[in-house]
Write a protein that binds this ligand. Structure first.
Ligand code: NAP
Length: 479
């Protein structure tokens, strides 16, 4: 067989098939392979006219079809399946070849695989791909890890098949080993937070303002024209306006209120705990999904006393809706900021040099959190590469200042009326934590020293101190 393929894709499920077609439609010759050959033949039969495909039945045939240095993309389930496929193909490759894992791998697995394959002279390119089935075909957001050397070869290809916004590709090199998969994981965590915040805004408009789903769809359509304009707000309006054909009821009222999850939000929260990175809005959004699924517990306690819900007049409801817009926006800034800070914390831990503005740039298209808002984040990091928080950027700071009263009014209205808003509350508490100056953590340190002699620092001099709590009055000692 002629080694004519610029790239090979193995694993032709939902994502692999569409990514292979995307490469072919962009003029690349693509070798295609699947564990069960049926999918390979189906792809070529159905979409062969879209470009140049080289179907391969065996791993050896597949590898022989690839130009050197070989570029072999794996698109299978994360975990054991990915290890099995690497184990099958790595022995067939030569030094300098590249294995691209475009599945949703955990970044720690990517780091392990990269180190092992580097020993064998192979480039392992952990690549986060966002945008689902449609994105894979028409242009995803692509977050690339691995060596800079491999990106020099693969970058132009990824940039060509990715989503394009204002003439710029939504694909970029993120950093070494697991950086691409890490950033993809945080993208999904932010997505959880954004979705939960939107859902809480909906709940408040329904429970407090008394709007119907159709009216709330109109509110979201209006918001989509402004600073909240985004794919998620746009589809929220569509979902809320949808009427169930069978019953004539609002679609949202016939859906079981237990949210599913595939696990990347959970990974974000688990990893954040290890990094001591307080992504509280993302965590609350993840726990809110878990809580929604505890149907027995919820059924047992439904109807317990809570707040009161006086009916708002039309004018009051409109005023309330405008407060919720501020609360949603301010909470969204905090949730995104937490995600970016988590990336900074991981970069410090793993020695990644991540350009934070680039992350915002490649999320403007192709992925679920795509939004005009990301242009602003990009500009903030372009103006100051070392920006620690978006709250340090003047425009964001001004917006958060303007949101103070309506944001707090929204969260306190929710508490008074007994409407759960865990993500709004977490975002506001995070903001208050940052601005507090002094936190009750000093008392925690006292408690820790009392029961465990864990020592504490003093505000008036350096060092670690311990107080003899059993004998009050005895002087503290330096640990
Ligand atoms: P899928 O439709 O279920 O396809 C899975 C593919 O993996 C099939 O081609 C299957 O081959 C192959 N496979 C599974 N185990 C294998 C093994 N042990 N050895 C060899 N091949 C094996 O999955 P998908 O939705 O395309 O997802 C693929 C990856 O993309 C996953 O990591 C997923 O998390 C990620 N991802 C998915 C989305 C999405 O929206 N679906 C978005 C972003 C990322 P057979 O045909 O022989 O079973």
């Amino acid at each position: 067989m002629n080694a004519s393929a610029a790239i090979g894709v193995t694993g032709l499920g939902v994502m692999g098939r569409n990514l292979a077609r995307n490469f072919a439609r962009n003029g690349y010759t693509v070798a295609v392979h699947n564990r069960s050959a049926g999918r390979t033949h189906a792809l070529v039969e159905e979409f062969g006219h879209e470009g140049a495909f080289v179907p391969a039945e065996s791993p050896a045939e597949f590898v022989a079809a690839l130009e050197r240095p070989r570029r072999l993309m794996i698109m299978v389930q994360a975990g054991a399946a990915t290890d099995a496929v690497i184990g099958e193909f790595a022995p067939l490759l030569d030094a300098g070849d590249m294995i691209i894992d475009a599945g949703n791998a955990h970044y720690a697995d990517t780091r392990r695989r990269e180190a092992a394959l580097r020993e064998r002279g192979l480039h392992f390119v952990g690549t986060g791909v966002s945008g689902g089935e449609e994105g894979a075909l028409h242009g995803p957001s692509i977050m690339v890890g691995g060596s800079a050397e491999s990106y020099a070869v693969l970058g132009p290809m990824f940039e060509k098949v990715s989503a394009q916004v204002d003439g710029e590709p939504c694909a970029a090199y993120i950093g070494s080993d697991g950086a691409g998969h890490f950033v993809k994981m945080v993208h999904n965590g932010i997505e959880y937070a954004d979705m939960q915040l939107i859902a809480e805004a909906y709940d408040l408009l329904r429970q407090v303002a008394g709007y119907t789903p159709g009216e709330i769809a109109d509110v979201f359509r209006r918001w989509n024209e402004g600073r909240l304009g985004s794919y998620l707000v746009e589809i929220t309006a569509e979902v809320l306006a949808h009427v169930d054909a069978e019953t004539g009821a609002p679609f949202v009222d016939v859906v079981v209120d237990a949210a599913g999850q595939k696990g990347t939000g959970r990974w974000t929260v688990q990893t954040a705990l290890d990094l001591a990175s307080p992504v509280t809005a993302i965590a609350q959004a993840t726990f809110a999904r878990a809580a929604s699924g505890q149907s027995e517990l919820r059924a047992a306690y439904a109807g317990l006393p809570g707040g009161t819900r006086p009916k708002l007049s039309r004018t009051e409801a409109e005023r309330f809706a405008s407060q919720v817009e501020h609360a949603l926006y301010a909470s969204k800034v905090i949730a995104y900021d937490q995600g970016w800070k988590m990336i900074q914390d991981a970069a410090a831990e793993y020695g990644w040099k991540i350009d934070l503005g680039t992350v915002a740039r490649i999320w403007r298209g192709g992925c679920i959190i795509r939004a005009s808002f990301l242009d602003r984040i990009r500009a903030a990091y372009a103006a100051d590469r070392d920006l620690v928080s978006l709250l340090g950027e003047m425009e964001f700071a001004m917006e958060i200042t303007d949101a103070q009263v309506p944001w707090r009014e929204t969260v306190s209205s929710a508490a008074r009326r007994g409407v759960p808003v865990p993500a709004f509350s977490a975002a506001l508490a995070h903001y208050d934590t940052l601005r507090a100056g002094r936190l009750p953590a000093a008392l925690l340190q006292g408690q820790r020293d009392y029961f465990g002699a864990h020592t504490y620092g003093r505000t008036d001099r350096p060092g670690a101190f311990h107080t003899h709590w059993a004998a009050p009055g005895r002087p503290e000692t330096t640990a």
